[in-house]
Design a protein. Structure first.
Length: 145
């Protein structure tokens, strides 16, 4: 049986989950809530600060709650990719990695969030030397040759 339910009123893109749960029941889902997809608030496109939502979201489908990791008014965020911990003890034991535009540097950061401390400080923020377009989609896979 398939059901449809609104999880949050924010406009969202790029839904993801822990890939180990693909095709199976899962509790946590992740998405990007990106301001640039939001409709203008007025004729001059003058949006109040609360209209901006450059954030990654963590949906707890079991509890019906959503946590947001905000990147600020100018920190446009792309697709988050879930990476399980080396020996995960729970479905959300891992990290969410995403590209975030850093306007102060006019370049992109790769930001790593601990999924179990979603609203906390990033585990890592790697400054890339260029801007990565927000439309870039993909997965991170273990290294090889």
């Amino acid at each position: 049986m398939v059901t449809e339910e609104r999880l949050d009123d924010r406009i969202q893109e790029f839904p993801r989950l822990n890939p180990a749960f693909s095709g199976r029941p899962y509790r946590y889902g992740y998405a990007a809530a990106v301001e640039l997809y939001a409709p203008p608030a007025g004729p001059d496109d003058d949006r109040p600060d609360e209209g901006f939502s450059n954030a990654l979201l963590k949906h707890d489908l079991g509890r019906g709650t959503t946590e947001a990791h905000e990147f600020g008014r100018d920190g446009a965020v792309g697709e988050g990719v879930f990476v399980p911990a080396e020996s995960p003890m729970a479905e959300d034991d891992g990290y969410l990695m995403a590209y975030v535009f850093n306007p102060a540097r006019a370049a992109t950061d790769l930001v790593v969030l601990a999924a179990q401390d979603f609203t906390g400080e990033p585990v890592a923020r790697i400054h890339l030397p260029v801007r990565v377009p927000l439309g870039l989609h993909g997965n991170w896979v273990p290294g090889g040759e």
